[in-house]
Ligand binder design. Structure first.
Ligand code: GRF
Length: 203
């Protein structure tokens, strides 16, 4: 299964995909890494792993539509089976999300449907929640609103700040995100209307 990964920053989730790609439990390869920022550290991670990279700088485009069209052209040139948003900090247009419907995943650092958008862990802290977490979901037009696939939760401990929670959650992200991509690669995971469907593993 061919993956294209989109990033904007550190790329620690990307690193988890790179480290697991091609092992017995993760039958996918990362074909390319695209970023909207030339200074994203994840681009260095990709280059170190010998993976093709490209930058599509959103600031070079007049509007979201033309940026998304350029991004789609770059992605499609790599003929991916699955597109992975891994800390990609741009809101995508409906024509983008429709084009990749059923083959576009995102990870969001909250237990969706709680806390769509930004500053999720701080908001969980402010609300007095006892746990936070992350959600892998299919991407639809609705921001952070597509059908969830898998979640992991972590406790919020006394003395935690948002960074401490984020670090605890990231460890879980690095497990569940490649896992969901592996399910897709095995042909077990698909978008079925408004639901994510996961088949049993063939015996
Ligand atoms: C993660 O917290 C992810 O949930 C969110 O953006 C962050 C990306 O981190 N969507 P990294 O670039 O993978 O380290």
């Amino acid at each position: 299964c061919r993956l294209v990964v989109l990033i904007s920053g550190s790329g620690s989730n990307l690193q988890a995909f790179i480290d697991k790609a091609g092992d017995a439990e993760h039958p996918f390869e990362v074909c390319a890494v695209l970023s909207n920022r030339a200074d994203a550290y994840g681009l260095e991670r990709a280059a170190k792993a010998g993976i093709s990279t490209a930058v599509v700088d959103h600031k070079a485009f007049a509007d979201r539509d033309s940026f998304d069209r350029a991004l789609m052209a770059k992605i499609d040139a790599f003929e991916p089976d699955l597109v992975i948003l891994a800390g990609f900090m741009r809101i995508l247009t409906g024509s983008f999300t429709r084009h990749y419907l059923g083959r576009l995943l995102n990870i969001h650092p909250s237990l969706l449907p709680k806390y769509t958008g930004l500053h999720t862990h701080q908001r969980a802290l402010d609300a007095g929640d006892e746990s936070s977490g992350c959600t892998v979901h299919f991407v639809t037009e609705e921001l952070d609103g597509g059908p969830p696939i898998v979640q992991a939760s972590v406790p919020i401990l006394p003395g935690d700040d948002a960074d401490a929670i984020a670090a605890r959650v990231l460890i879980k992200e690095h497990i569940i995100y490649p896992m969901a991509a592996a399910w897709f690669s095995e042909g077990r995971l698909r978008l079925d209307g408004e639901c994510a469907q996961l088949d049993d593993k063939a015996l």
